[in-house]
Design a binder for this molecule. Structure first.
Ligand code: G16
Length: 543
């Protein structure tokens, strides 16, 4: 066995963001760049000799090359076995499922999620722990610290592993087992939902359209929606995964999932539409000519959870990220269960789920999930919706409108300003922080500021504290504006403005969200001095 120890020097930019390390492909292609980060993971997590890892990614450009490097480094670092999705493929929720099912030490997931892929686009890598969830901040901080002092990495000199056929092979002392990337996950889904009822719904003329966006979920959707549930194969669009996602932006929202949006808002639209992202953990839900905001989707799943077999005994609690609307809080209150508010980032939900405090959680950024895995889960959300639709036998729009009539409507929207110069974006945030002292009590039109602060979170399970998680302006009627810099971009800075207004009066639920939020938008732009500081007069994306 030929294990090589290679001398290297640190890169200063390997700090994991909201979800792992994400950079342009050419950055990862620099000599030693990927290896440094992988060795930093191995040195930080200190797995016992002979431990098992899971490895897979969303199939984007550079996935296959990175799989080979990581396998050879795992072999040189004393791992006993690596379970790899065939072809190097595992959706993020499927990786979480496999880590948990086979009780491995953890896993490495290769993805830049909803960011575009290709030779000059994005790539990413993250470590998930033995609970199947993204490493906590303590672990990611340790990885970053190691990356700043790293002097060498270990790698096995060996031929590439054949990754396209199922079965076991040896790499030095280590076993590499190529597994079916879909089977374990599909089995888990079948155990959670009423597949017979969904099959009946689909057989009865209920039309669906699922947009896999040429990303990882194509094969998962074909197996589950088509083969197991009987939806026509043609109802799954863009089902073939491509290394560059067909040149698209694999982000399931109204802007980027435009093929699907056109169909769902066109003549003879299907009854239900959905899309998922690059690595299969995000979801967008649409009815005929109707968009369900992710925040409403979370609230609605919570309110209807007992219709699905997995949740028929009820929910222990729910959680949402701070910028997510408080629609789910109202459901939690009615159900008399706890509701937790965490910073943005799925990693913050893991402790709550492990401690049995929450069953369902979600984020405004098109992510919903439950304690069946420790990642958000796109197809799971689609199946949950189909289960509810099969049980209630009502159109999507009617279900949402009834929900608003019961709980009130939290009008919600997010404005993204992508690719800003970092200094300008930081300047906006600093200016807002500098305004904390003078804003409370100030009135803007119909709104008076009650408080403003920088959100900070103390994890109720391990006590760890995360500061500066977004600037909040909360008004006396409970409406909110939140400002936050994205932690997943790879170019310049992305400023996100989240807007929320609660409306109890059912007569006003018909309003368009942009109409209902227009005044809050004006206030946000004024308070942030957005145009003066960034030169932008409109957002890149509105969701
Ligand atoms: C990641 C995280 C999510 C987070 C999202 C947006 O999602 O897992 O928890 O909400 O980023 O983060 P930001 O606002 O910092 O860009 P994904 O789907 O990119 O892994």
């Amino acid at each position: 066995m030929n294990i090589k120890t290679i001398a290297t020097s640190p890169f200063s930019d390997q700090k994991p963001g909201t979800s792992g390390l994400r950079k342009k492909v050419p950055v990862f292609q620099q000599a030693h760049y990927l290896e440094n980060f992988v060795q930093s993971i191995f040195d930080s997590i200190r797995a016992p000799t002979g431990a098992t890892l899971v490895l897979g990614g969303d199939g984007r450009y550079y996935n296959r090359q990175a799989i080979q490097v990581i396998l050879k480094m795992a072999a040189a670092n004393g791992y006993g076995k690596v379970l790899v999705g065939r072809g190097g493929i595992l959706s993020t929720p499927a990786a979480s499922c496999v880590i948990r099912k086979y009780q491995t030490f953890g896993g490495i997931i290769l993805s830049a999620s909803h960011n575009p892929g290709g030779p000059t686009e994005d790539f990413g890598i993250k470590f998930n722990s033995s609970n199947g969830g993204p490493a906590t901040e303590t672990v990611t901080e340790a990885i970053y610290a190691t990356s700043k002092t790293i002097k060498q990495y270990r790698i096995l000199e060996a031929a590439d592993v054949a990754i396209d056929t199922l079965g076991s092979s040896r790499l030095g002392e280590m076993t590499v087992e190529m597994i079916d990337p879909v089977a374990d996950y599909a089995g888990l889904m079948e155990s959670l939902f009423d597949f017979a009822a969904i099959r009946e719904l689909l057989a009865g003329g209920f039309n669906i359209r699922f947009d896999a966006m040429h990303a990882v979920n194509g094969p998962y959707a074909l197996e589950i929606l088509h083969r197991r549930l009987g939806a026509p194969a043609a109802s799954i669009m863009n089902a073939v995964p491509l290394e560059d996602f067909g040149g698209g932006h694999p982000d399931p929202n109204l802007t980027y999932a435009h093929d699907l949006v056109e169909i769902m808002y066109g003549a003879n639209a299907p009854d239900f539409g959905a899309a998922s992202d690059g690595d299969g953990d995000r979801n967008m839900i649409l009815g005929k000519h109707f968009f369900v905001t992710p925040s409403d989707s979370l609230a609605l799943l919570a309110a209807n959870a007992t219709l699905a077999p997995a949740y028929k005994k009820g929910l222990a609690g729910v959680a949402r990220s701070m910028p997510t609307s408080a629609a789910v809080d109202r459901v939690a209150q009615a159900l008399n269960i706890p509701c937790f508010e965490t910073p943005t980032g799925w990693k913050f939900f893991g402790n709550l789920m492990d401690a049995g405090k929450v069953t369902l959680c979600g984020e405004e950024s098109f992510g919903t999930g439950s304690d069946h895995v420790r990642e958000k889960d796109g197809l799971w959300a689609v199946l949950f919706w189909l289960n509810i639709l099969a049980a209630r036998k009502q159109p999507v729009e009617q279900i949402v409108r009834e929900h608003w009539a019961t709980y009130g409507r939290n009008f919600y929207s997010r404005y993204d300003y992508e690719g800003l110069p970092t200094e300008a974006a930081n300047g906006v945030m600093q200016h807002l922080r500098d305004s904390f002292a003078i804003l409370p009590g100030k009135t803007f039109g119909n709104y008076t500021v009650q408080l403003c602060d920088d959100f900070s979170y103390a994890d109720p399970v391990d006590g760890s504290v995360s500061n500066k998680q977004g600037v909040r302006l909360i008004f006396t009627d409970g409406s909110r504006i939140v400002f936050r810099l994205s932690g997943t971009g790879t170019e310049g800075a992305t400023l996100r403005i989240y807007l929320e207004a609660f409306e109890a009066n059912a007569a006003r639920h018909q309003l368009d969200a942009q109409q209902a939020l227009a005044e809050l938008v004006r206030i946000a732009l004024e308070v942030a001095e957005l145009q003066q500081r960034t030169g932008r007069d409109k957002p890149t994306v509105i969701t």
